[in-house]
Design a protein around this ligand. Structure first.
Ligand SMILES: N[C@@H](CCC(=O)N[C@@H](CS)C(=O)NCC(=O)O)C(=O)O
Length: 290
């Protein structure tokens, strides 16, 4: 359904819009942030590309909008940035708020199949279908044909899997500290067990970036920028497993950079935000204004 604009905040010459709408995928109200670069205000009839940023565990669309510092780079390249929430909220499911790594704040960008979660936890359909379709309908300045996707941690898993499951739909993909092989890490096993059932391993593999990259069409290039901090405790604990993804990708064009001493936080994300937005700009921008 249409978005209600709750606030317009001046930001890096453009505007950060606080949006809310009723979602048919999650059957809840969903909040998000949309950054419009200066060109969207000064030249509203010239369409601009869109970068979707998917956040990690415990986040809403606010964390990265407030401290990821993608906006100054997006303003420079005339790219809009969408910061969705990470799960439905207030779905009234028993236990939905009990864990920080499952349920609310941890939708994992999948459509749940288990009885308890499947009515509301449809974040794959929400992010891949409903949200872009509603955004492109209401904000005509956004170009639905030029969309890139990125994300952090659980959101890096979301970005990689959504890109890999929809060849050609997204023009570019990158990730910060992505959960790269969820079927083999504790966070992923807990989430997929809950959302798909312990026995449904085929479904698990359908949402695992390392499994998906193995079957990526060989004749389509797969350039992706991935950054991981060597000081990231979740990396050290084996929650991210970027090496598995790198190995499965072989020579398909993936660039994984191990950044010495960086942790999992937004200090890490903001340090490399410029590199990621510049990377997406190569695929998304036609340089009309910028
Ligand atoms: N709550 C967890 C940490 C969760 C966490 O680090 N989440 C990351 C994404 S995986 C995040 O971005 N947190 C929000 C923030 O740093 O603003 C803990 O206490 O260990």
């Amino acid at each position: 359904m249409a978005f209600e604009i709750k606030a317009k905040i001046a930001n890096f010459g453009g505007q950060l819009l606080k949006l809310e709408h009723q979602s048919t995928s999650t059957k809840t109200k969903m909040a998000l942030n949309l950054f419009l670069p200066p060109s969207a205000i000064s030249h509203p009839s010239t369409k601009i590309p869109v970068l979707i940023y998917l956040s990690g565990l415990t986040c809403t669309g606010d964390n990265c909008a407030e401290k990821g510092f993608l906006q100054p780079h997006a303003a420079k390249h005339c790219i809009a940035v969408v910061y969705p929430d990470t799960s439905p909220r207030g779905a009234k499911i028993d236990g939905e708020d009990d864990s920080w790594d499952f349920g609310s704040g941890a939708g994992f960008y999948v459509d749940a199949t288990t009885e308890r979660w499947r009515n509301n936890y449809n974040m794959y359909t929400y992010i891949n279908e409903e949200l872009p379709s509603e955004l492109f309908k209401q904000f005509e300045v956004l170009d639905g044909g030029r969309v890139g996707i990125t994300g952090h941690s659980m959101g890096g898993h979301g970005a990689l899997t959504i890109f890999l499951k929809n060849p050609g739909r997204y023009l570019s993909v990158s990730a910060f500290a992505p959960m790269s092989n969820p079927i083999n890490c504790p966070w992923g096993q807990k989430a997929f067990g809950g959302y798909f059932g312990e026995e449904n391993k085929e479904k698990w593999a359908e949402h695992d970036a390392t499994e998906l990259v193995k079957v990526w069409e060989k004749d389509m290039t797969l350039e992706a920028l991935i950054d991981v901090g060597t000081g990231d405790n979740f990396y050290k604990q084996g929650q991210l497993l970027p090496e598995n993804f790198e190995k499965a990708a072989g020579d398909k064009g993936i660039q994984v950079r191990y950044q010495e001493g960086y942790d999992h936080s937004y200090f890490f994300i903001s340090s490399f935000a410029g590199d990621h937005v510049n990377f997406h700009a190569k695929y998304l921008c036609n340089q009309v204004f910028c």
